[in-house]
Design a protein around this ligand. Structure first.
Ligand code: SF4
Length: 243
């Protein structure tokens, strides 16, 4: 976090709060939430960089159905922001092509986060996604992200409250598993998102035209409305990254 900006805007850190990536107290996080509450989501993202250096901001993208929405906004506001792609090894070929297309279109510097080879291979041999998808997601998504979290102060998400019950009560700033998360779009409605996509004529993932509305790994994605096509037939609704 930019020390000068923090010192000006926020009270001193309280010693009794559990540690988090940004070293902020609960009181300081409340102050950030109050400051950002009434801002438009684009202004929130712009202002984030008043508080945090760009190389301490983690942006991830799954290059899924409507990822162009978030990436278009990030690119317009902060063109030098690098983007992490959590490469599970189980993506559709179309996802990899969409990643390359958007990277070129917006001039994004994208880098991959992957499980260690032997761990990923274990899930390949074990078909872990069938018998224990939480464990499979833990190995291929959560662990690779956890490994780089210490390098960052804040993690920006594109989560919107209407997407799942779990997301509906998230704050703009909150600490999850030790990292400060920034959810600038948490109160953006589906209609607002769709209006932005239409206005800017953003390209969807190619599988959207085939009936997929939410796109993850090949083993755990089928056609369907909203997120109904993710882990269909299983109680799982989240990959674990945002829990
Ligand atoms: S979405 Fe499915 S295949 Fe992908 S990491 Fe999770 S369980 Fe494994």
């Amino acid at each position: 976090m930019s020390e000068a900006a923090t010192a000006e805007r926020l009270p001193l850190e309280a010693e009794q709060d559990p540690p988090n990536s940004a070293g902020l107290s609960a009181q300081q996080i409340d102050a950030l939430n109050a400051e950002f509450a009434d801002l438009h989501f684009e202004e929130r993202i712009r202002r984030l960089y008043d508080h945090f250096a760009v190389d301490k901001v983690l942006v991830t993208s799954s290059f899924a159905a409507t990822s162009a929405y978030f990436l278009h906004i990030i690119h317009r506001i902060r063109a030098d922001q690098r983007v992490a792609f959590i490469d599970t090894g189980y993506h559709f070929q179309q996802t990899l092509e969409y990643k390359d297309y958007l990277s070129q279109l917006y001039g994004l510097e994208v880098f991959a986060l992957k499980a260690e080879d032997w761990k990923h291979q274990f899930t390949v041999d074990d078909h872990t996604w069938e018998k224990n998808p939480d464990f499979c997601c833990s190995i291929n998504k959560v662990e690779p992200l956890e490994a780089v979290k210490p390098n960052y102060h804040v993690w920006v998400s594109s989560l919107m409250g209407w997407q799942t019950d779990n997301r509906s009560d998230m704050q703009i700033f909150e600490v999850r598993r030790g990292i400060l998360k920034f959810n600038p779009m948490i109160d953006v409605s589906r209609e607002q998102r769709d209006a932005y996509i239409a206005e800017h004529e953003l390209p969807f993932h190619p599988l959207v035209a085939e009936g997929y509305q939410s796109i993850g790994c090949t083993h755990c994605t089928v056609k369907g409305d909203g997120r109904s096509g993710r882990w269909a037939g299983k109680p799982k609704t989240e990959c674990g990254l945002h829990l």
